[in-house]
Design a binder for this molecule. Structure first.
Ligand code: V07
Length: 249
């Protein structure tokens, strides 16, 4: 179990997971515990994005995918949704110089057309301003849902088949992967390690196809309390596992 009290662990620098994905859960509960409004938890959660981005980049992670907003999060009260939709704008205004100094490239995947214009613009600006960076990719899932992603991919593939440009007999897993929102990540599209904070042991429509062989780590720590030491402990746990991808040895 990885808690705030976790002690720093030695890592094998040659076996750092290339792609780490995180479901950043527990901001509301973190705030409630402190008698603060939920949005105070989201604000602290965004501060922690900066801390963990820097830590992951320095550990040698190549892609850090963060679940910022799910297609189900629209069901929350309007005031909370409005606040969340302002976070990419705040993030862009405050963290951009640091991300550029850290050589981090921002990518955003999700149904961006359904976002308020200012939110979409902030996401596009963050991608454009860091497009030349060659270090870690900070890949935000924003208005993302894994089933929607698979439905969209299926539609595109079916359309190509119906148009006669694709022979259904040739469809294989690379065809499907090429139509997913993670296609821009190329060979690193599949997370090696998926972490969910805040004690919930489920996927909640985050990545589905891409996590076929991912190692899963669940921690009770709320996202605003998820420190670089907890990240290191999760990677140490990952390194202690024996990944076989369905084979034997
Ligand atoms: C959000 C902060 C982290 C905790 C989880 C929920 C709240 C960063 C972004 C973001 C997204 C796209 C982008 C730049 C920044 C963000 C939302 C919520 C909606 F290009 N954090 N964060 N977006 N939270």
């Amino acid at each position: 179990m990885f808690t705030e009290k976790t002690t720093p662990q030695p890592l094998d620098a040659t076996r750092i997971p290339a792609h780490v994905a995180i479901i950043m859960d527990g901001n509301g509960r973190w705030a409630k515990k402190r008698f603060l409004p939920r949005i105070a938890g989201h604000k602290q959660g965004m501060e922690n994005v900066k801390v963990i981005t820097k830590a992951a980049s320095r550990l040698g992670v190549k892609v850090l995918t963060l679940y910022a907003f799910s297609t189900e999060n629209w069901k929350r009260p309007d005031s909370e949704v409005n606040y969340l939709m302002g976070l990419p704008v705040d993030f862009f205004g405050v963290f951009m110089p640091e991300l550029i100094a850290e050589n981090v490239r921002v990518q955003v995947m999700g149904e961006l057309d359904a976002l308020p214009a200012k939110t979409r613009q902030a996401a596009e600006d963050a991608m454009a301003e860091t497009a030349a960076n060659t270090g870690m990719v900070l890949n935000f899932a924003l208005n993302y849902g894994a089933r929607d992603e698979l439905v969209q991919a299926t539609r595109e593939i079916a359309q190509a088949a119906a148009a006669g440009t694709l022979d259904p007999a040739t469809i294989d897993d690379t065809t499907v992967a090429a139509h997913l929102m993670t296609r821009h990540l190329g060979a690193l599209a599949d997370p090696d390690l998926l972490i969910r904070t805040s004690g919930e042991n489920r996927l909640s429509n985050f990545l589905l196809w891409q996590i076929a062989y991912s190692e899963l780590v669940f921690t009770p720590v709320f996202w605003p309390d998820f420190t670089p030491a907890v990240l290191t402990a999760a990677i140490a746990d990952y390194q202690a596992r024996d990944r076989r991808f369905g084979g034997i040895h």
